[in-house]
Structures are given as C-alpha cells and as structure tokens.
Design a protein around this ligand. Sequence first.
Ligand SMILES: C[S@@+](CC[C@H](N)C(=O)[O-])C[C@H]1O[C@@H](n2cnc3c(N)ncnc32)[C@H](O)[C@@H]1O
Length: 223
Amino acid sequence: MDFSYPHNDTSRPERPSRTAGLNKLNVSEEVRKIRESAFARGIPVSSDETLQFICLQAAAAGAANILEVGAAIGASGAALLQCCPSARLTAIEKNRHFAAEAQANFDRLGLGDRVRLIEGDAADILGGLEGGYDFVFLDAAKVQYVKWLPRIRQLLAPGGLLIADDVLLYGWVNGEEQVPKKRRMLVQHIREYLEAVLSDGGLTSYVADIGDGLCISLKRRDV
Ligand SMILES: C[S@@+](CC[C@H](N)C(=O)[O-])C[C@H]1O[C@@H](n2cnc3c(N)ncnc32)[C@H](O)[C@@H]1O
C-alpha cells in the first residue's frame, strides 16, 4: 500500500501523552470498526485521544463547515460528521486507494451527501477551495504544514479553529527525544509551523500534549 508519505518512519509506536491512558474514545460502533480495520492494515489514523479531543472541539465550536486535510479512509471525518450533525465536510486525500475507501465508508454510513471528498495532493487543491471553514483538521504530510499555513489561514473563517496533528512527533519537536539525523528537516518544518501560528497576531494558538501533540489555533473574529 502506498502511503505517499513517511507516516511510520520509526519502529516505535507514537509517543503516548500523559493522559492517553485516561481518555476514552466515544464514537459510534461503525467508526470504531473503520478504525480497527485501519489499525489492522497499518493505515495511519489519529489516536483515540486525538480523535476524542477534535470531536469535542468541533462539537463545542458548533462546526458547520469542516475541512480535513488528510482523510485516509474517512474514520476521523465520519466521527466529526456524527458529532456535528449539521456539518458538512470537505476532505482531501492524496492516496487514491484510501480516498475510494473513505468515500465508500461515508456512503455506507449515510454521510455521503454531507461530504465532498477530493482525491489529490492538498498542495494542488487548497488553492481552489472557496473557504469559510469554521473547523480545519490538518492531518496530512507534516513537512508541508508550514508551507500550507498561509492558504489554510485564508480558508479559515473568522472565529474558526485550526487543529494540526502530530506536532510533537515522538517528542522530537519539544526536545524531549533526540531527533534522528534524517528527520531534522521534518522537525524543523514543524517548529516553523508552531512558531508561525504562535507568533501570528490574528491567531490564538496553543500546543497541547494530546496524542502525539496537537496545535490548536483560533482565528480572531476581527481579522
Ligand atoms: C494520518 S493520515 C490521516 C488520518 C485521518 N485523519 C484519521 O484520523 O482517520 C494522513 C493522510 O494524509 C494523506 N496525505 C499525505 N500527504 C498528503 C497530501 N499532500 N495531500 C493530501 N493528502 C495527503 C495520506 O495519504 C494519509 O492518508
């Protein structure tokens, strides 16, 4: 299976956060099965803790227009749609096998008419989207986050939330673990992403030790 990016670039499992063992994922049985199937095949999907947290944030924000960059087989997208019953989802996925499976999963769950699944590279697709997203889940090639940020920031509605996954990357990004030589550039790009959102006056951002690290950015309403 072609994952299109080095998602499993170490033999180690994802670094667990201190709260990973306490939090519990509360999603439908259908979403649970999609996730189990992904784990069984080594398809990268968000950790339980991460998914629980993003669903909580999206529901609390009353998300109506969601963008997910990196949909894989649709597990997180389906969970988001189920916890935000009036929301619509635009989901981008580069891997054609994953995209086809995601569409089939959305259809089977009766969510197909609330989803626009776009197969392709986010680098090519983001520029053509209309915007006004009140919730963005960024979960694709980590190395590209900082490059995509200006466009994603434009696509984010005032008052919208942007959540980027895996920003601690096994503890490499915060210096907890030594960065393997071949991952230095990746870590540098993630640090640049964090620096960019944390120093942006139009955003209020927070790096949270949830899953393998989430960066949550709220776009100010007056920008
Ligand atoms: C961690 S997985 C997404 C998991 C999903 N959000 C979930 O939790 O169920 C990341 C996905 O991003 C996709 N991806 C990587 N680079 C991409 C790119 N440049 N454009 C679009 N998708 C990309 C990969 O094919 C992979 O399926």
